[in-house]
Write a protein that binds this ligand. Structure first.
Ligand SMILES: [Zn+2]
Ligand SMILES: [Zn+2]
Length: 154
C-alpha cells in the first residue's frame, strides 16, 4: 500500500504535510521532531511546528509511525512498525540503531507478575557507546576528569 492508502485506511485525511512526514520518517533514521520538521519544510514548504507535532501524534496513534523515547532524549520517530524490534542507543551521541527482537521466546519481555495489567508493549533499549564514539577515544566512564586516583596516600 502507498502512504495515501495507508492514511485513508487508518481513517486519516490525506494531506501534503502528512505524506511528507511519512516520507521524512522513512527516509530518516529515528529522527526527532526538529529534524522531521526541517525535512518536511524542505519537501512541501512551510508547515508549523505544531502541525508536525499533531500529525506525528495522529500517525503514531494510527500505527503508521512508531515513537521511541530514550531516557533523557527527545522522542524519535521511525517508520519500522509492526514488529517488536529494539534499539541500541549511544550515550555520547544521538545514534540509535535497530536490533531485531530476540528470536523465539523472550522470557524477559513477559513479566513474572502482571499485577492485573493488560500489557501491549515491552520496551528494551540497550545503552552503550557506538563505534564512532569509541574511536573518538575515552571509555564509558570518562565523563569527568576530576576523579584522579588518590594514589600514594597509604
Ligand atoms: Zn555515539
Ligand atoms: Zn527502530
Amino acid at each position: 500500500m502507498d502512504d495515501a492508502a495507508n492514511l485513508r485506511s487508518a481513517g486519516l485525511r490525506v494531506t501534503a504535510a502528512r505524506l511528507a512526514i511519512l516520507e521524512a520518517v522513512r527516509a530518516g533514521d529515528h529522527l526527532d521532531t526538529e529534524h522531521i520538521t526541517r525535512d518536511v519544510r524542505a519537501r512541501v514548504g512551510h508547515v508549523s511546528t505544531q502541525a508536525v507535532y499533531d500529525a506525528l501524534h495522529a500517525l503514531t496513534d494510527a500505527g503508521l509511525v512508531r515513537r521511541i523515547e530514550p531516557a533523557g532524549s527527545p522522542a524519535r520517530y521511525e517508520a519500522r512498525v509492526g514488529d517488536n524490534h529494539h534499539h541500541l542507543a549511544c550515550r555520547r551521541c544521538d545514534a540509535i540503531i535497530d536490533v531485531d527482537c530476540v528470536v523465539g521466546r523472550a522470557p524477559c519481555l513477559e513479566p513474572s507478575d502482571r499485577h492485573g495489567f493488560v500489557i501491549d508493549e515491552a520496551e528494551v533499549v540497550f545503552w552503550g557507546v557506538c563505534p564512532a564514539c569509541q574511536a573518538r577515544g575515552a571509555g564509558p566512564s570518562a565523563s569527568d576528569g576530576s576523579a584522579a586516583p588518590a594514589a600514594d596516600r597509604a
